[in-house]
Design a protein around this ligand. Sequence first.
Ligand SMILES: NC(=O)c1ccc[n+]([C@@H]2O[C@H](COP(=O)([O-])OP(=O)(O)OC[C@H]3O[C@@H](n4cnc5c(N)ncnc54)[C@H](O)[C@@H]3O)[C@@H](O)[C@H]2O)c1
Length: 254
Amino acid sequence: MDEFSERVAVVTGAARGLGAAYARALAERGAAVSVLDVLADQAEGVAEEIVSRGGRALAVETDVSDRNAFGAAVDATIRKFGQVDILINNAGLGTTDQTHGVPWYEWPGEAWDKVVAVNMRGCFFGAQAVAPHMMERGWGRIINVSSATFWSPVAEAVHYVAAKGGVIGLTRALSKGLGNHGVTVNTLVPGLTRTEQMDGMYPPEVFEQYARMRSIQRDAVPRDLVGTALYLCSTASDFVTGQAFIVDGGHIFD
Ligand SMILES: NC(=O)c1ccc[n+]([C@@H]2O[C@H](COP(=O)([O-])OP(=O)(O)OC[C@H]3O[C@@H](n4cnc5c(N)ncnc54)[C@H](O)[C@@H]3O)[C@@H](O)[C@H]2O)c1
């Protein structure tokens, strides 16, 4: 039997990159997957691909920083598949036009708010949307995605680093309220990982430099994150909650 055939997962930011890799991996193992993203067409493309391979998927155009929109997307998932067991809060935003290449002390407040809203508030709204339902069912998995930049920060991404640190605090506090209801909350922490977006952002030398700093001296690719994500979605992690899992080939040591 497929390990996740009884499960329904919501994956945010799943139209591309790491989120699409989590969505595909869960679907390949039997889960029904809701693909949430602001990129409606690309989210639809991922869902169609999953369905074309015999899987179950739904695409929902969703801005995770909008509480009502997130709630509506979870409701649509429950209408379609009957339940939600897993939420991967993966949607993220590294910078904006107002902050990219601009010194942080000149950033307007709304640029700070935007990055923090997507990366951190979105995780909170996701938890709000699924927690009552998961508690009622007595089982659930919430995985919040942070970043190794919280351990290895850069000034150009003050807003992002602060938000990704907040995600770790959020995870810890949420785990306290949900543990006795069978719902675990953990943080997945990728290091620099080659996705289309990252390849567009950095020259090859940057990836080479990161690879040299790792115990496992090679590029990180999306499938490197998938195993830990699946573990955190599974019953194998039943007694693990409030924790952060750094998956970076041995670069940051916490
Ligand atoms: N790739 C890396 O090197 C790396 C490293 C550390 C952490 N991360 C984190 O992993 C996650 C995925 O990263 P990725 O590299 O795949 O990035 P990506 O940009 O390819 O994917 C992020 C997805 O989130 C979506 N998104 C952005 N704002 C949204 C919003 N308001 N509502 C819904 N969806 C929204 C985007 O459209 C995109 O599909 C992010 O949270 C990122 O911060 C990535």
